[in-house]
Design a protein around this ligand. Sequence first.
Ligand SMILES: Cc1ncc(C[n+]2csc(CCOP(=O)(O)OP(=O)(O)O)c2C)c(N)n1
Ligand code: SF4
Length: 296
Amino acid sequence: MTAGDADSAVQRHKASIPSLKAKDYKSDVKPVWCPGCGHFGVLAALTKTLAHLALPPERVAVVSGIGCSSRLPAYLAVHGFHGVHGRALPLATGLKAARPELTVIAAGGDGDGFSIGGNHFLHACRRNQDLTYIVMDNEVYGMTKGQASPTTQPDWCRSKLTPHGTGIRRFQPAAIALAAGASFIARGFAGDPNGLTRLLAAAIEHPGFAFVQVLSPCRTFRPEQQAWKQQVHASELGPTHDTAQAAELIQRDDGLSLGLLYEQRIPLYAAGVAADAADDLTAAERLAAIEAEHCR
Ligand SMILES: Cc1ncc(C[n+]2csc(CCOP(=O)(O)OP(=O)(O)O)c2C)c(N)n1
Ligand code: SF4
């Protein structure tokens, strides 16, 4: 075979691989979200991201907890698992340990991830397994009809459960992720699909635990969040690799700044052993290693 023959064989092979569009990553299931819900924007950005990265659908898994936001896997044509409330990260951790070749994305809401799932969030940050975690933050429990969540303002008094507000200081997702050791921290906005697509692509490509807080308005229970469209702005932080600088900047941040806030390359976790060595383990051995480390 001549060099010319080989070149045209490569071209024919490339042409035989169908190039996927964002719509190809969408399932046939029609979202039950309220019209205008921010989660539509996250779904759109994620499908664009998967197409942009040309990830084969059979190599992607999206794992969620419970909530309006956690319905996301049903609307995607990739592997999906709709788990139990607050447990997206443990499920994603186990899946990635057993099937490291998969791109594993955990997703859910602020209630799911920071309230009942808060402890898992802390340890996923510090474990630095190669996962992406998308939290659709609308500062409310949407699915259960509008109770305060950990990111709700202390004086928000529109819920019958907290008619005088919660009086409790807000959970600070980016600051807590940094303190817990996350190696990638970004904030996006559901109303900015292009910006969010860029952040999600960077998060998925980041080798380690990538946390993306997405401001995703709840049209029904937090209608005032429609103002986010005018209020969000590009972060002045710029991505920094310096943890102390990131801590100072994130503390001064108004919570509405968008962009990659912090990124650091640190060793990956792989079932309690060095990532390279773990490649030789079978799925059962990896799970046994996790069990030995965490379930005694
Ligand atoms: C163990 C358990 N406790 C409580 C619930 C009720 N519950 C379902 S979704 C939810 C909160 C959802 O809020 P969030 O994660 O912020 O998502 P959103 O609906 O706002 O997108 C709660 C408390 C449950 N399903 N399981
Ligand atoms: S209740 Fe809120 S979070 Fe749930 S689908 Fe409706 S707008 Fe979206």
